[in-house]
Design a protein around this ligand. Structure first.
Ligand code: TXA
Ligand code: MG
Length: 319
């Protein structure tokens, strides 16, 4: 298995039993595999293997203080790694497998690499719903640490081609599951003294509040950094990004929403689920045309619109 910074040949693995078996064996040997999930592609490594986890940070150029989400096959497995609670159980029953990450106290003796949690006393866990991710977790039969499979700070990947464009030569394999159906990362909820929404994502806040029967406290940007990855500039295309655009400048391309004349439309029908699925794909596609700027139509701040606007605000933030 390769060590730091040596070029690695990246195998394209098909979405079949042979592809999953090969991916599982590469992971067992301490290699890195990009795996499809329903949200975005993740860059997976054995969460118990220090060397493998260190290589995730190297391949992405990710700062070591930014902890990783551990992916497991089911809620029973999650309970080996975190201190479980009634509230965790309620949310897991309602939304796992799916686009929800729970942050809970790390269980002593979990034997995960300390790099995974960046030495925090808590751990982020998720049970992905994508059938290939589930199959891979079942065959590998262990916890997989997996951030989004993009170079740190760049646009997240929703196809195998996006992963290859950012990480080919730095990882052992890409399991090609086609386009990710949700298209934005998981919603992250911290279960501390009270539940806190740490990152809006593919599971709408409204669905969580309905399940909890109460409004969810939302982490504000001025609060202490409890989700260390929530740095303001993120998801950055090469072009500058201008939000809430009602017009388009001569050197700009318009990323539209609803009935508007534009270069690419997130959803001509104004459907937020469709817009989330298209978001990163369209940002990659517009960025490839190397425009001076990308202007973006207003997106309503409800349901998946919250996650879309969060990613767009970070893409537009000063770098
Ligand atoms: O949908 C997703 O969540 C995707 C797929 C691959 O599962 N993963 C993903 O990972 O988006 P990443 O690393 O790009 O984003 C994870 C976020 C980061 O902002 C990180 O700081 C935060 O989760 N995080 C991880 N562990 C944490 C912890 N113990 N406490 C608070 N935040 C944590
Ligand atoms: Mg990410």
């Amino acid at each position: 298995m390769s060590t730091s910074n040596t070029p690695t040949e990246t195998e394209m693995l098909a979405a079949n039993a042979a592809g999953v078996t090969r991916a599982a064996s590469i992971l067992t040997e301490g290699g890195l595999i990009a795996m499809p999930t329903e949200t975005v592609y993740g860059l997976a490594a054995d969460a118990r293997n220090d060397h493998a986890v260190a290589r995730i940070f190297e391949a992405k150029g990710r700062p070591r203080f930014n902890p990783l989400i551990v992916h497991v096959a089911d809620a029973a497995t999650a309970q080996r790694y975190v201190a479980w609670s009634d509230l965790a159980d309620r949310l897991a029953q309602a939304f796992w497998p799916g686009a929800l990450t729970l942050v809970l106290p790390l269980r002593p003796g979990s034997r995960l690499s300390p790099l995974v949690t960046a030495d925090l006393p808590t751990l982020a866990v998720r049970v992905p719903a994508h059938p290939l991710a589930h199959e891979l977790l079942t065959q590998f039969d262990g916890p997989l640490a997996a951030p989004s499979a993009n170079p740190s700070g760049k646009i997240s990947p929703t196809t195998a081609a996006h992963v290859a464009a950012g990480l080919a030569g730095r990882i052992e394999g890409i399991l090609d599951g086609g386009a990710c159906p949700v298209g934005v990362e998981s919603t992250i909820v911290g279960l501390f003294e009270e539940p806190v929404l740490l990152r809006p994502g593919g599971l709408p806040q409204e669905a969580l509040e309905h399940c909890l029967g109460a409004p969810l406290k939302v982490h504000q940007s001025g609060d202490p950094l409890i989700a260390p990855g929530q740095m303001t500039s993120h998801y950055a295309p090469g072009a500058s990004v201008r939000l809430n655009a009602s017009d388009v400048g001569p050197e700009e391309l318009l990323l539209g929403f609803g009935t508007v004349d534009c270069a690419l439309n997130l959803s001509a029908a104004g459907d937020l689920t469709e817009a989330a699925a298209n978001l990163f794909h369209h940002l990659h596609a517009l960025d490839a045309k190397v425009p001076k700027g990308i202007a973006v139509s207003p997106i309503p701040e409800i349901g998946l619109g919250r996650a879309i606007n969060d990613r767009l605000r970070r893409a537009a933030a000063p770098r």
